[in-house]
Design a protein around this ligand. Structure first.
Ligand code: DMJ
Length: 643
């Protein structure tokens, strides 16, 4: 008996059900079946069973019978000692039973089958009488069940991992009342930024504090993934803003969904989302953050499907299709983007026991190691199809910056065992010092940009992070040049402070020049803005940790006051368009990194060193702290022993 033979029962074919198959591609076939079709299928199976049972019942005259398992037809108290055999659940009885009793039972069985059959037919007819709306509602219920099942499957707990030593997550209260007050001021600013985002931009990526509505940029595609929530979590945590942390966690748990048809920046999503989620996981121990980080990482992996394994800059989270920025030289991927995945991806492999993430970033490293470097410098552009450099432009600011930072931090994060990363860092920094770092006529050390054999004497705000990086890398440097690198860090911090101090607002411009009598000042109008960036304050904090020179706290306090005075509005904090103007206009964006980085580094600057000590924590480039992994004598090649 086949299903089509039953179709006339319904009198008409229902249109095939569409249970949102696009959302659940692997359930596509099932979900397209019509509901009636499913009913009829069940019915036909039942009828087949009934008729089969009816026609193939053994003849009782042969005094043998199979127990069908129906309670009301069971022969009670079968005694196998009287010749009955138990064969794997089927009972075969011996001869000598009363024939009349068997006929009666057989008749009763036939009647029961007939009655069940009729009942099933009635039920099926009832179902077929249902209105379209009722059927739709039932479909919806079934669909919800499938969604719930899938969710359960997706969020199944990951293998347990022994957590590294998580030291200093609840410390840092300074004894000095003046410093405590400054620290509290920073916390109050965080609260102002968060509360306004909470009120006007909740769930959007960022906030427009003047228009008082959500904001997003192309780095997040057209998604609404709550970038500010994810980016801010660990800052909330270390500041003790636990209610705010919990509302963020709740939103992430209920709403953060990566199955969106949105083309996002692999780099930005990695540093802000994966970094933010991993840090929140390590600080709070809440599994949801780890699970979300791993889900998201899975969505980024298709970006690595290029001929060389160098990932595309962007990937569509739903389709997995990747591409590069239109503006990048010759279709290239960007050094600071594909070179800033290492920390997060190593942690993903550590936490999941799956080497796929580790292998992806190690492949990038190996490929870079093999390539010729003009003057020992890494160009910012690399074509992921050909594996060849694009334009020979090298920068420690935008397009290059965090690649160098991650070489150093890979070494630190490995408990200083990843010597390959340390060597690459040392080699790169040597070439940078030789070709890019100069002293201005006025005695300011600056880092310029190398463009096709020519040094541009311009430094970006982004480049100012390098002061902290040099200080962080001083210990363990080649030829014991620790003092030299700490000094270099101090000089960069000084130069960047000058770039702030020489403005009207005491906030630094986006880029500043050292040319034609100009020193640490922006020349072009479109380089005079300050968008709440953290790099200068980041360097103050590292320099403070390594030297405890009070000037770094002083400079940090100057910046705090300037931000509060010129960037604070009633709806949050905004960037300003011209730091040299006494009546600046706002850009109306509260960047997520303001909460993730700028305010976190300020808070750390006014905290004791036992809050997130640098021997135990390494900050990713978005200031998300990740613990040092003590992996000496181990590999991350998927050995379950290290899960
Ligand atoms: C942040 O997202 C990160 O620090 C990144 O490495 C560079 N730019 C911004 C902040 O300026």
């Amino acid at each position: 008996m086949t299903t089509p033979a039953l179709l006339p029962l319904s009198g008409r074919r229902l249109p095939p059900l569409n249970l949102g198959a696009s959302a659940f591609p692997h359930h596509r076939a099932t979900l397209r079946l019509s509901e009636k079709f499913i009913l009829l299928l069940i019915l036909s199976a039942f009828i087949t069973l009934c008729f089969g049972a009816f026609f193939f019942l053994p003849d009782s005259s042969k005094h043998k019978r199979f127990d069908l398992g129906l309670e009301d037809v069971l022969i009670p108290h079968v005694d196998t000692s009287k010749g009955g055999k138990n064969l794997g659940g089927f009972l075969i009885h011996g001869q000598g039973h009363d024939e009349h009793r068997h006929r009666e039972e057989e008749e009763r069985l036939r009647n029961k089958i007939r009655a069940d059959h009729e009942k099933a037919l009635e039920e099926a007819k009832e179902k077929l009488k249902k209105s379209r709306d009722e059927i739709q509602a039932e479909i919806q219920t079934e669909k919800n069940k499938v969604v719930q099942e899938l969710k359960k499957k997706d969020s199944k707990p990951l293998p347990p991992v022994p957590l590294p030593n998580l030291i200093g997550i609840n410390s840092g209260e300074p004894a000095d009342p003046d410093i405590r007050e400054k620290r509290n001021k920073v916390k109050e600013m965080m609260k102002h930024a968060w509360d306004n985002y909470r009120q006007y931009g909740w769930g959007h990526n960022e906030l427009k504090p003047i228009a008082r509505k959500g904001h997003s940029t192309n780095i997040f595609g057209n998604s609404q993934m709550g970038a500010t929530i994810v980016d801010a979590l660990d800052t909330l945590y270390i500041m003790g803003l636990h209610d705010e942390f919990r509302e963020g966690q709740e939103w992430i748990d209920k709403n953060l969904d990566f199955s969106v048809n949105s083309e996002v920046s692999v780099f930005e999503v990695n540093i802000r989302f994966i970094g933010g989620l991993l840090a929140a996981y390590y600080l709070s121990g809440q599994e949801v953050f780890k699970i979300k980080a791993v889900q998201l990482a899975g969505k980024l992996l298709p970006a690595f499907n290029t001929p060389t394994g160098i990932p595309w800059a962007m990937v569509n989270l739903k389709s997995g299709v990747g591409r590069n920025w239109g503006w990048a030289s010759a279709g290239s991927s960007i050094l600071a983007e594909f070179g800033t995945l290492h920390m997060e991806f190593v942690h993903l492999s550590y936490l999941t026991g799956d080497p796929v993430y580790y292998n992806k970033v190690m492949h990038i490293r190996k490929l870079l190691q093999k390539m010729d470097r003009p003057n020992g410098l890494y160009p910012n552009y690399l074509n992921p199809r050909t594996g060849r450099w694009g334009q020979h432009h090298t920068s420690v600011g935008g397009l290059g910056d965090s690649f160098y930072e991650y070489l150093l931090k890979a070494w630190l994060m490995s408990d200083k065992t990843d010597m390959e990363a340390r060597k690459m860092y040392d080699d790169a920094i040597e070439a940078i010092e030789k070709h890019l770092i100069r002293k201005s006529n006025g005695g300011l050390t600056f880092i310029g940009e190398w463009k096709n054999g020519h040094l541009e004497r311009k430094m970006g705000h982004l480049t100012c992070f390098a002061g902290g990086m040099f200080a962080l890398g001083a210990d363990g440097s080649r030829d014991d040049k620790a003092g030299h690198y700490l000094q270099l860090g101090a000089e960069i911090a000084h130069t960047c402070h000058e770039s702030y101090d020489r403005t009207t607002l005491k906030l630094g411009p986006e880029a500043f020049k050292f040319d034609g009598g100009v020193e640490a000042v922006a020349v072009r109008q479109n380089e005079k803005y300050y968008i709440l960036r953290p790099e200068v304050i980041e360097t103050y904090w590292y320099m403070w940790r390594f030297t405890h020179d009070p000037k770094y706290r002083q400079w940090g306090w100057e910046a705090t006051q300037a931000i509060d005075k010129y960037c604070r509005v009633s709806g949050g904090f905004s960037g300003v368009k011209d730091v040299y103007s006494s009546s600046p206009t706002y850009d109306d964006v509260q960047q997520s990194f303001f909460l993730a980085e700028t305010l976190k580094y300020l808070y750390l600057l006014f905290s004791n060193d036992d809050l997130l000590p640098l021997d135990n924590w390494v900050f990713n480039t978005e200031a998300h702290p990740l613990p040092v992994l003590h992996l000496a004598n181990t590999t991350l090649s998927g050995n379950p022993a290290y899960r």
